[in-house]
Design a protein around this ligand. Structure first.
Ligand SMILES: C[S@@+](CC[C@H](N)C(=O)[O-])C[C@H]1O[C@@H](n2cnc3c(N)ncnc32)[C@H](O)[C@@H]1O
Length: 209
């Protein structure tokens, strides 16, 4: 039988078993990957950003430092509560909202356009049809020239409907997106796309023609 999108209950069980199921707070792997992710974003600042699957809010923290307005969401109510607690103790100069929403139905179309959408470690929880819907929504929500960052673990996880490489294959197949960054290592893939052809970082600063 074909694998279907993992339900919110799957993740609630993980948060019941551990407050930090992926050890975001303690693993060097996770800290380094967050730093690679943030370093790969081409713009210094973003006006309006969306981060679905924010978990307990660690990547959110780094994004908030670069965004004027950020909507972070998660399918797990426990994760949303933890992320809100974590961010109640911080004072980024970002207007940050953390909401309980499950994709694909909970895509915040009413808040679009975004100039940044971050799909980090979430695409492989969907089946093919739901991933296609999420990508339609991501592309449809991007402002012209906006950034779509996609990052996924590459090792197979039996419960997940898709492999990380398959998720990146599906995004790369969307011809409307221009790939600006491709970070390829044994453990994860990270791609940054822009909607339309935009100047490179060096071009933007007058360093390259
Ligand atoms: C591995 S964490 C990713 C955390 C963060 N994005 C990062 O890359 O560090 C995956 C999160 O996605 C959430 N999630 C899974 N399926 C989801 C869905 N359909 N809609 C929204 N969030 C979902 C889970 O509850 C979990 O907190």
């Amino acid at each position: 039988m074909a694998a279907v999108t993992l339900p919110a209950g799957y993740f609630e069980q993980m948060y019941d078993a551990s407050p930090d199921p992926w050890s975001f707070r303690t693993r060097w792997y996770e800290q380094r990957k967050r730093e690679v992710t943030l370093a790969a974003l081409p713009r210094r600042r973003y006006a309006r950003a969306f981060e679905p699957g924010c978990s307990i809010g660690l990547l959110t923290e780094g994004l908030a430092r670069r965004c004027d307005w950020l909507l972070a969401t998660d399918a797990s109510a426990t994760a949303v509560a933890a992320a809100r607690r974590y961010h109640s103790e911080r004072s980024e100069r970002c207007e940050l909202r953390i909401e309980h929403r499950a994709l694909p139905d909970g895509w915040p179309r009413e808040e679009a356009p975004f100039d940044l959408v971050v799909l980090s470690e979430i695409g492989y929880y969907f089946d093919d049809a739901d991933l296609a819907t999420v990508l339609d929504d991501a592309i449809g929500s991007l402002a012209p020239g906006g950034t779509l960052l996609v990052c996924h673990w590459r090792h197979r996880v039996a419960d997940y409907p898709l492999a990380g490489d398959a998720v990146h294959g599906a995004v790369r197949a969307r011809r409307v997106l221009h790939r600006a960054v491709c970070h390829d290592e044994v453990d994860f893939l990270l791609d940054v796309f822009t909607l339309g052809d935009v100047p490179s970082v060096a071009q933007d600063e007058g360093l390259a023609p």
